[in-house]
Design a protein around this ligand. Structure first.
Ligand code: ADP
Length: 687
């Protein structure tokens, strides 16, 4: 099978490279578009996941910030409460014993309190009490190292008329550890004047533990830090986790500013920390899956499109290369499709034909009625004969031509008839060839006949010489007899008259015979155009007999004519059949014209065909005792112009077979044992 590009017409071939390059660039562009889409989707998904992670982190950071602010305000509130608790201790002038008892009571309520001191206006310690939860922090009563700091703080408290806080400092312990502590000084005011102070020492770590431990300390690490980041006190521990978050908040106290820092960690996978990113990721996976499916689908569709384009190109090439005209009509008889061959056939453009309905522009005007009736029959659902039917169309230029039409119902994909499909063959060329071959066959026959006639003419001249010579000698004899009686001037006697009578009779007989010979030739030539007729086999034999006899006499052949009884008439072109018989008889006689052939008998036997009795065929056998036919010769026997004779034309047998077969019969031959050949042909009878 040829590929579409091989059978495309030149125009389409010229367009093909452009079409291909256009398709390729279109395909390239489509592929790069797909890549761009995939890239964009991937970028979008990555961004979404990243943003979701970021959002998550910012949420957590905001939460931590909020917690830090809350924590600072919690601490501040409790410090204020502490100062108020202490105020009750400070305001009253208690005895040393009572003061200590109350102070220890307060100390046992607050773990973060390390020590409470009652100081005089000069800053000297009057009473002090330590936390029952730990070893006393300072040795002895005097705290010389811290004195300066405490004095400054108390001065500030006096000035503020309220609590003031010292800077933090580290107090080492005997066990190698120590505390970061902060002092709070509360002035004792009596009648508007400061008369002494109460100093409270805080443990920073315990502030964190008692104030934030329960709430924030579980999830985070809380610490007080210096502005440079140095940690002063830490509580809680950092949970395990990859991502680290931190928030700081300033805590302004009168006389000191602390920085509270809260550190947290987030555990769990960063990619799917919670529902949102998980959702986004799931959607992304779904999106990518859909994308992959789309790509696959598009690839399949691309292939289908390619196949379809190939099939279309193939179909178009096939349609264009067809010489058969194609036309489709819908069920209302309107033309829905014509191929280029049909347009070329009728000389109209496809646009002029599409949509046209009866009467069609290519119908001869006088046939419109008949064609319309035919179309109505077709549209009523009657299928035309499968072998097609003939019709005549007229071209746009007015010339007419015969067409052979095949019609079939047009069935769509769901099996419903949507119209009729017709194929048209322009048979004008076929008609011309048929006519030519008929003419040439006729010419061939005429030539063969002429050859036979020429041969017969020479035989005639030979044969006519005999009766003419006989006539001439009888006439001469008769004249001599008359002259003899005239010179003797006597009346011819009865014997002379009977001689003359006999001579004239012979003259008449010979003239009659010559006339018959001439008539038989005349008949043979004259009857060539006659149609088939019923002829008795005997009449055929009788017609050829004079001519056969002529040659038989010349070649010294004896004729044996055998006709069965009650033979039916045969239906044939009489002249042609006579010629067949004549040819076969002549060939048989010529085959015996050989020195070896001593017994020269030609038998013409007419009988009912043994094998085809029922059908009523008559068989003509022409049997000679000649030299026979060798295998080599028998292969070419019926080939036109094959001859073994110097003066032969080689047309006789091929012509004979054509004639017999035209009558529906067959011509065959077989060896005639012990010598010679039997030619047999059959003809149909009238029955
Ligand atoms: P032609 O007689 O002009 O040669 P034919 O077609 O009649 O042409 O015969 C072809 C050849 O067939 C003859 O030349 C001859 O050799 C051979 N042939 C025909 N009939 C016989 C026969 N009865 N016996 C032997 N040979 C024959």
């Amino acid at each position: 099978m040829k590929s579409p590009s091989q059978v495309l017409d030149p125009f389409f071939k010229a367009l093909w490279p452009f079409f291909k390059s256009a398709t390729r660039s279109f395909t390239d562009r489509r592929i790069s578009l797909w890549f761009a889409l995939v890239g964009l989707v991937v970028a979008l998904l990555v961004t979404l996941v990243w943003l979701a992670g970021r959002y998550e982190a910012s949420q957590y950071q905001a939460e931590l910030d909020r917690d830090t602010v809350d924590a600072v305000s919690d601490i501040r509130r409790s410090l204020t409460n502490h100062s108020m608790n202490l105020q009750s201790l400070t305001a009253r002038s208690l005895s040393a014993k009572h003061w200590r008892a109350e102070a220890e009571g307060l100390l046992s309520q607050h773990r973060e309190w390390l020590r409470v001191e009652r100081r005089g206006l000069q800053g000297l310690i009057i009473e002090h009490a330590s936390s029952p939860f730990r070893e006393p922090l300072f040795d002895g009563i005097t705290r010389l190292h811290e004195q300066v700091e405490i004095t400054q703080t108390c001065t500030r408290a006096k000035r503020l008329n309220g609590p003031a806080y010292s800077r933090t400092y580290f107090v080492p312990q005997a066990n190698g550890l120590g505390f970061e502590v902060m002092e709070m000084c509360l002035p004792k005011i009596e009648q508007g004047a400061t008369v002494g102070y109460t100093v409270l020492t805080y443990s920073l770590q315990d502030i964190l533990a008692s104030q934030l431990g329960e709430t924030y300390g579980r999830r985070n690490e809380v610490s007080f830090v210096e502005p440079d980041g140095t940690r002063l006190a830490v509580y809680g521990s950092l949970p395990r986790g990859k991502r680290f978050f931190s928030a700081t908040q300033l805590m302004n106290l009168p006389g000191n500013t602390l920085v509270l820092r809260m550190d947290g960690r987030r555990a769990g996978p960063d990619l799917f920390p919670n529902v949102l990113p998980a959702l986004v990721t799931a959607m992304s996976i779904a999106l990518v899956s859909v994308l992959v499916l789309l790509v696959k689908d598009s690839r399949r569709r691309l292939k289908a499109e390619q196949d379809l384009a190939d099939a279309l190109a193939f179909r178009k090439a096939m349609e264009d290369s067809l010489v058969t005209g194609l036309r489709a009509r819908d069920l209302k008889g309107r033309i829905t499709y014509v191929n280029p061959a049909f347009c070329q056939m009728v000389g109209f453009e496809a646009e002029q034909l599409l949509g046209a309905s009866a009467p069609m522009p290519y119908w001869p005007t006088e046939m419109v009625g008949e064609y319309q009736r035919r179309q109505a029959v077709r549209l009523a659902g009657n299928a035309p004969p499968r072998e097609g039917f003939e019709s005549v169309f007229v071209r746009q230029d007015g010339s007419r031509f015969p067409v052979l039409i095949f019609e079939a119902p047009l069935i769509n994909a769901v099996g419903k008839q949507t119209g009729w499909m017709s194929a048209f063959l322009d048979i004008s060329e076929q008609r011309r060839v048929e006519e030519m071959s008929r003419a040439s066959q006729e010419r061939l026959q005429a030539t063969a006949r002429l050859a036979t006639v020429g041969e017969m003419a020479s035989l005639l001249s030979h044969e006519l010489n005999q009766p003419l010579a006989a006539i001439s000698s009888y006439a001469t004899g008769s004249l001599n007899l008359i002259d003899q009686h005239q010179s003797l001037a006597d009346q011819p006697g009865p014997s002379a008259l009977s001689d003359l009578h006999m001579a004239f009779e012979r003259i008449a007989a010979q003239a009659n015979r010559a006339g018959k010979v001439i008539n038989s030739v005349h008949d043979f030539v004259r009857r060539r155009d006659q149609d088939r007729e019923a002829v008795s086999p005997r009449a055929i034999i009788d017609a050829v007999l004079p001519l056969v006899q002529l040659q038989a006499r010349k070649l010294n052949v004896r004729l044996s004519i055998q006709l069965d009884d009650k033979l039916a008439d045969v239906v044939c072109d009489r002249t042609m059949v006579e010629q067949v018989l004549l040819n076969l008889a002549r060939n048989g006689m010529q085959a015996m014209d050989h020195p070896q052939c001593l017994n020269r008998v030609l038998t013409l036997h007419v009988k009912r065909a043994a094998s085809n009795k029922a059908q009523g065929w008559i068989e003509f056998d022409v049997i000679d005792l000649g030299i026979g036919i060798s295998d080599e010769i028998s292969q070419n026997l019926f080939t036109p112009f094959f001859t073994t004779k110097a003066e032969g034309m080689g047309l006789g047998l091929s012509l004979c077979r054509t004639v017999v077969e035209q009558h529906g019969g067959h011509l065959e031959f077989e060896p005639n044992l012990p010598g010679g050949t039997l030619f047999r042909f059959t003809l149909p009878t009238q029955a």
